[in-house]
Design a protein around this ligand. Structure first.
Ligand code: DC
Length: 230
């Protein structure tokens, strides 16, 4: 079988991609790249400069100007990686609810995607990597040796998000979070460029009712070619 150089994990918001992806990377000793964080960093830069998330030309200009870098954690505060925007640590700032609200709009601008996809491919060409996102198996790395499409029902994803926020001391109602997840699913799945969609050769892993450990085991099963099922 041989060990894969690249593992692509795609799926909708809240399916557990970041948690599982980081654990898979740790287990394999690969670099972990959460591409959603890159779109979030562009969205944060746009918000800080007062750029309308629907203003494609200004976002295009912005994507050319800023520098987004993702690397190993620099602070031990529960983060899986550190995100730098023009050298400043924005790891937690990109998780704010205001970013949740605008990031899908920013991510649908074709040139923003081009800039980030180029950086993602460049990283994958240098190191063994576990890359997570929406279009990794379908667009960014169509030749990835393993492709996983991680999903869970919207209700389950809203429940997890509520728990995750509560753990950080933020209280949000489940119904509000569910509405946000459905809105983001809709925007991410229907955009013209690189919509959220499983690559034809991706293996579906359904995580409803699974613990993190169980989901991790299934994904590792797919990567090690022990299993092919959901
Ligand atoms: O995974 P996330 O919630 O952090 O992603 C944030 C947004 O970025 C989400 O609305 C979809 C978008 N995204 C994308 O379009 N392509 C990717 N490869 C990763 C994320």
């Amino acid at each position: 079988m041989g060990t894969p150089r690249t593992v692509a994990i795609d799926g909708p918001a809240g399916a557990g991609k970041s948690t599982i992806g980081a654990l898979v990377a740790e287990r394999l000793g690969y670099l972990f790249l959460d591409t959603g964080a890159m779109y979030r960093a562009v969205a944060l830069a746009a918000m800080r400069r007062g750029i309308d998330p629907d203003d494609g030309p200004r976002l295009t200009q912005l994507a050319r100007e800023i520098r987004v870098a993702i690397g190993p954690p620099t602070v031990r505060d529960g983060r899986a990686y550190t995100v730098l925007l023009d050298g400043a640590d924005v790891t937690w700032a990109i998780r704010a609810p205001e970013i949740d609200r605008i990031v899908s709009q920013v991510a649908r601008v074709p040139y923003v995607r081009d800039v980030l996809v180029e950086q993602q491919r460049e990283m994958a060409s240098r190191v063994r990597i576990v890359m997570v996102g929406r279009d990794i198996g379908s667009v960014v790395l169509p030749d990835a040796e393993r492709k996983v499409f991680l999903t869970a029902s919207a209700a389950e994803r809203a429940r997890r998000r509520e728990e995750e926020l509560a753990a950080r001391g933020e209280k949000r109602s489940r119904s509000e979070l569910l509405a946000e997840i459905l809105r983001r699913d809709e925007l991410d799945s229907t955009r013209a460029v690189a919509p959220l969609k499983a690559a034809p050769d991706a293996i579906l892993v359904e995580t409803d009712g699974l613990s993190v450990r169980e989901a991790l085991d299934r994904v590792l099963g797919v990567i090690e070619r022990r299993s092919f099922a959901t």
